[in-house]
Write a protein that binds this ligand. Structure first.
Ligand code: AMP
Length: 444
């Protein structure tokens, strides 16, 4: 697919008016409602869930189709997912098949489509739903047709194994909705049977399965060929590292909705961000707090460069601290010795670089300190994952100085994704970065 740099006319994506019954919920009632629905929600300014169809403000045509399907009340993922999607926000939905997630993205999609300019001959779809298999494609397509009837919207399914020619013909006749497997959609775009110029609502369903099937490249390619200010929804049964990374790359300030008891990484780690001045502040902070940290368990201190790790270790030794040093240039026997001493708690503090700390699995680590910020957010996630292991609680401190404003933006999103507190100071620092400021969700 070639890259096109078209000018995209602006479009509306917020169609949500919170129902007054929901607006009137007290903070405690809101907590109780999410608890009852078994929902965990994180991200910047997430909308409140609804608890009945009346709260979604759907019109009579759509409600008619919903009643015909004999749905009496929304499922939990719909209760929270519909307000998120209808208000135009990007979303990560962690929910299983059977949860009703398909309708959660289809209903807002229909309303989104109805607000866009009508398709003209030669136009591609307004909504694209990408999923891993032919069967899922057919199922989602069937639901699109069922609910799309409310507004006479057309859906086309294109998947590997089906006839290229028939699919191309259906695409060329025009459809507001295309449900597809990734490779096949790309084939059709390459052959110019359709195009992605008008896509403003993009869904990736069962993203983890698409990755397992080796479609990561195709998934990313599709995302990069759709206008960047589109609305994107990503559904997955798990939220592994690779999915988390995809979400960071293709979504903007997403709301994360986790339904059910799907395991959540790292809510056992409390993250605390300290914003300090440049100069000796980091050193002063560390020496003031270190004894307190060691009294509650082992401490792992991250420094980015080997030379700085050595320097910090030496300075701490001079202050009388008992510690070990671990960096990539040590030979295996030296490393094993240090790691084993640290494990046995003979040394309470370990100063390490990122390479050296790969895979360290030591349950006694109660505190991680990012003395220098990680070079990227993946590395950060890896670092803080060294604590909070085996169900134990841990605390991760990250020391930031004014020059870390680029990293601050990534950190804000990382904290929001893990349901952690974001201080005003941190947000202010992040806002100094132009890219973050521009991409930040505005409103609330
Ligand atoms: P899904 O998780 O999207 O595959 O949906 C699982 C099944 O639940 C499908 O057969 C849907 O038709 C059905 N379903 C979706 N929403 C509702 C609802 N609100 N009430 C009852 N059934 C529903």
């Amino acid at each position: 697919m070639g890259h096109h740099h078209h000018h995209h006319p602006p479009f509306e994506k917020n169609f949500y008016n919170e129902h007054e019954e929901i607006t009137n919920l007290t903070p405690q009632q809101l907590i109780d409602l999410r608890h009852k629905l078994n929902l965990r929600v994180s991200g910047a300014a997430p909308p409140r869930p609804g608890s009945s169809f009346a709260h979604f403000g759907f019109d009579e045509q759509l409600m008619h189709q919903i009643r015909k399907s004999e749905y009496t009340q929304p499922t939990p993922i719909q209760c929270q997912g519909v307000p998120v999607a209808l208000s135009g926000r990007d979303m990560i939905g962690i929910a299983k098949t059977g949860s009703g997630k398909t309708a959660a993205f289809i209903w807002p999609m229909l309303i989104h489509i109805m607000d866009q300019k009508e398709l003209e001959p030669g136009d591609g779809p307004i909504a694209v739903i990408v999923c891993p298999t032919r069967e899922l494609c057919q199922q989602i397509h069937a639901e699109c047709k069922r609910f799309g009837k409310a507004y006479n919207l057309r859906s086309v399914a294109v998947y590997g194994g089906g006839s290229m020619w028939e699919q191309a013909k259906a695409l060329q006749e025009g459809a507001e909705i295309v449900v597809c497997t990734p490779g096949r959609l790309i084939d059709h775009v390459k052959k110019k049977a359709t195009n992605l110029q008008r896509v403003s609502y993009l869904v990736f369903d069962e993203a983890d399965r698409m990755f397992d099937m080796g479609f990561e490249y195709q998934v990313r390619s599709i995302a990069s060929h759709v206008r960047p200010d589109r609305q994107t929804l990503l559904f997955s049964a798990t939220f592994r590292k690779k999915i988390e990374k995809l979400a960071r790359d293709i979504l903007i300030d997403p709301i994360r909705v986790v339904q059910g008891d799907i395991g959540e990484a790292n809510e056992d780690v409390t993250q605390i961000v300290e914003i300090l001045h440049s100069g000796p502040s980091k050193w002063n902070w560390l020496t003031r707090r270190l004894v307190e940290f060691t009294s509650s368990g082992s401490v792992l201190l991250f420094v980015t460069k080997k030379a700085n790790a050595e320097e910090l270790a030496n300075n701490l030794k001079q202050e009388g601290h008992n510690l070990g040093l671990l960096h990539g240039d040590m030979d295996q026997s030296e490393r094993n010795k240090v790691i084993s001493d640290f494990k046995k708690k003979d040394i309470p503090v370990l100063v390490a670089t990122d390479v050296a700390a790969r895979g360290l699995d030591i349950p006694s680590i109660k505190t991680v300190i990012n003395y220098d910020v990680a070079r990227d957010i993946d590395t950060h996630t890896h670092r803080i994952g060294r604590t909070g292991r085996a169900g134990e609680k841990g605390v991760a401190y990250t020391l930031l100085t004014p020059k870390d404003s680029n990293f601050a933006g990534d950190l804000v999103r990382n904290l929001e994704g893990a349901n952690q507190h974001v201080s005003k100071e941190l947000l202010d620092l992040a806002m100094q970065n132009a890219w973050f400021r521009k991409s930040r969700f505005k409103g609330g």
